[in-house]
Design a protein around this ligand. Structure first.
Ligand SMILES: NC(=O)c1ccc[n+]([C@@H]2O[C@H](COP(=O)([O-])OP(=O)(O)OC[C@H]3O[C@@H](n4cnc5c(N)ncnc54)[C@H](O)[C@@H]3O)[C@@H](O)[C@H]2O)c1
Length: 277
């Protein structure tokens, strides 16, 4: 029997097949939580659930697309049918079907899809999950934003808008649901090398080294860095923390931008072989 700090808690992790969500599902299951992995890549979601069960945890995979209202409702219903309660929701998915851009370049459909996947899914998940988290005795929601929700990069209107709004929505939901014993927090990851990111890193190691040089801790992140932060935020140890945005970025965003720019220019001068995108 697992006697971890999340023993008997029921958790939904959207995008829980791989990357940050995959690691989070494993981390929370390792603390005794019963985890529903809700993802639109079925074999990867099943494989992660199987990996958790093999390690002695409890997990199930469910095929959903967070951009579809009916799938979000089905996801919450499935967690209740399967585990009989709901305590924790981790809203982790981002996705795009078209390139991001400035307001001039971004298409109407690109904007709409980004809002549907990145924002409306969180609204819908809360709408359906909150009554059941309340009925289960309270719990917590964690929304995954980004350092891009704090500092803007040119030509990324959809992503920066979504991630900024996730931070605002988190504070609003924390106000609305705090009295019900439901805490709502956000996390802003810096650059996290996921399974997908690893392939990119191997293709262009020089560019990755340039990223590393920009981090005060001199490394980029791994999915477990974010999973550990989520584990803390959903635990009793964080019971007085709500509406908070926890920046988990190795110090990237504490730096004065103009000094960082000069440091990057020097780095590139000393490493002229780097293949810039
Ligand atoms: N990796 C980073 O450097 C980084 C940095 C800052 C923020 N983030 C944020 O962290 C979150 C996770 O990112 P990641 O890098 O782990 O992503 P990832 O691409 O490695 O994994 C995303 C998961 O979500 C699933 N998914 C995508 N669209 C879906 C949909 N419509 N319905 C259901 N499942 C869907 C994918 O199948 C995959 O399992 C995102 O919100 C991202 O914006 C990531």
């Amino acid at each position: 029997m697992n006697t971890g700090s999340l023993d008997t808690k029921v958790v939904i992790v959207t995008g829980g097949a791989m990357g940050i969500g995959g690691s989070t599902a494993r981390r929370l299951a390792g603390e005794g939580a019963r985890v529903l992995i809700a993802d639109y890549i079925e074999d990867a979601a099943q494989a992660n659930a199987e990996r958790i069960r093999t390690a002695g945890g409890e997990a199930e995979a469910l095929l959903i697309d967070v951009s579809k209202a009916e799938d979000i409702e089905r996801m919450v219903g499935h967690a209740l049918d399967r585990f009989g309660a709901l305590h924790i929701l981790v809203n982790n998915v981002w996705g795009s079907k078209e390139p991001d851009g400035s307001a001039e370049d971004l298409t109407e459909s690109g904007w709409d899809y980004a809002m549907e996947v990145g924002l409306k899914s969180i609204f819908r998940a809360a709408k359906h999950a909150v009554p059941h988290i309340r009925a289960s005795g309270g719990g917590s929601i964690v929304n995954i934003a980004s350092v891009h929700g704090l500092l803007m990069a040119p030509g990324k209107l959809a992503y920066e808008t979504v991630k900024s709004a996730v931070i605002g929505m988190t504070k609003q939901m924390a106000c609305d649901f705090g009295p019900d014993g439901i805490r709502v927090n956000a996390i802003c990851p810096g650059h996290i090398v996921t399974e997908r990111g690893q392939a990119h890193r191997e293709k262009n190691p020089g560019l990755h080294d340039l990223f590393v040089a920009q981090y005060p801790v001199r490394r980029t992140g791994v999915p477990d860095d974010i999973a550990n932060a989520i584990r803390f935020l959903v635990s009793e140890e964080a019971s007085f923390i709500t509406g908070h945005t926890l920046v988990v970025d190795g110090g990237l965003t504490i730096q004065l931008q103009e000094n960082l720019g000069v440091a990057q220019a020097k780095y590139l001068r000393d490493h002229p072989d780097i293949d810039l995108p």
